[in-house]
Design a protein around this ligand. Structure first.
Ligand code: GDP
Length: 301
């Protein structure tokens, strides 16, 4: 992870360490930290919050540079953990007692297909019975692409080869297959067309209705795959999705590239959604369950 985040770290947040490490944290240093956070895609709202928390701590306690860095890490960790009200454990542990259905959405190019492949591999490796439902039937090549990943991870892909296939029909078939095979994790590739929010909403709610009917006890997650290199533009994308889908979390991809990791803080602060996984590479192994501790250490140590 540290290696994957190398560029991200070098890009910006490391600046914070340099500023904080210089000596007593006076107002000038705080202003520099603020600028660095904004530059790191943390966004205005989350930056304001971090600065006000930092000021509170600084008023109350001594401020040797190491202590100030420790404060900053603590603030960032607390922020990232807030949506779940618990510490993020870096583990992959869907409930084995029931069927878990994860709806994966995201705009073209965000890394949705790759992420589904990576999660299916992780599931397989962790001893879960996994299936993939290819319900992004709108995009011509999507089904084929997801099948390529299924072959790589050794996870079967349920699709419906007919023309103009209804995504909800694929979900229906995929649940039937999952139930017949006592699958523990069903990953559903769902469309991510933002151009027409109403269509997207209709499609997703139809899928939800099928799940409610066919698998009322399933544990549902709805994950948005978000390209971290888009920075604040990605955040606006995420806002639209969170209005259209009942999202339960975000997968942040491409953190190995030019991304400024701050967008993770912006997502959490502004949307109240936890980051569930991070992608840091194109390979099947390049996905990690998100851990606030690891993330903050990777950025600031
Ligand atoms: P989709 O259109 O959302 O399904 O996106 P794809 O999964 O096809 O990915 C689009 C491009 O992003 C591909 O070239 C992937 O290899 C690349 N990609 C996906 N995830 C990552 C990542 O975490 N890091 C990097 N560097 N590239 C990624």
């Amino acid at each position: 992870l540290r290696q994957g985040l190398d560029k991200t770290r070098r890009n910006i947040l490391n600046q914070l360490k340099a500023i904080v490490g210089q000596g007593p944290l006076n107002q000038a240093a705080v202003a520099e930290i603020e600028a660095a956070l904004l530059q790191a895609d943390v966004g205005v709202e989350a930056t304001d919050y971090i600065i006000s928390e930092l000021q509170k701590k600084l008023r109350a306690e001594v401020t040797a540079p190491e202590e100030a860095i420790a404060f900053l890490k603590e603030i960032l960790r607390d922020m990232l953990d807030q949506p779940l009200k618990e510490s993020h454990k870096s583990s992959f542990a869907p409930d084995k007692e029931t069927l878990n259905i994860w709806l994966i959405t995201g705009v073209n190019g965000a890394g949705k297909t790759t992420t589904i492949g990576k999660i299916s591999h992780l599931a397989q490796k962790s001893g879960y019975k996994c299936l993939i439902g290819a319900a992004d039937t709108f995009r011509a090549a999507a089904v084929e692409q997801v099948k390529v990943w299924g072959t790589r991870s050794g996870v079967e892909v349920i699709s419906n080869p007919g023309k103009n296939t209804d995504p909800a029909a694929v979900v229906f078939d995929a649940i039937a297959a999952a139930q017949a095979r006592e699958t523990e994790l069903l990953l559903v590739d769902t469309a991510g067309r933002l151009q027409n929010k109403k269509n997207l909403m209709d499609e997703l709610s139809k899928i939800r209705r099928i799940i409610d009917k066919k698998a009322p006890k399933a544990k549902i997650e709805s994950l948005l795959v978000l390209d971290a290199t888009l920075g604040q533009n990605g955040l606006r994308q995420a806002e639209v999705f969170s209005q259209a889908a009942q999202l339960s979390g975000v997968v942040l991809t491409k953190l190995d590239g030019t991304a400024k990791g701050g967008v993770a803080l912006a997502v959490v602060q502004q949307l109240g959604l936890p980051i569930r996984f991070i992608g840091a590479g194109e390979g099947i192994e390049d996905l990690r369950p998100f851990s606030s501790y690891e993330f903050v250490e990777a950025l600031l140590s």
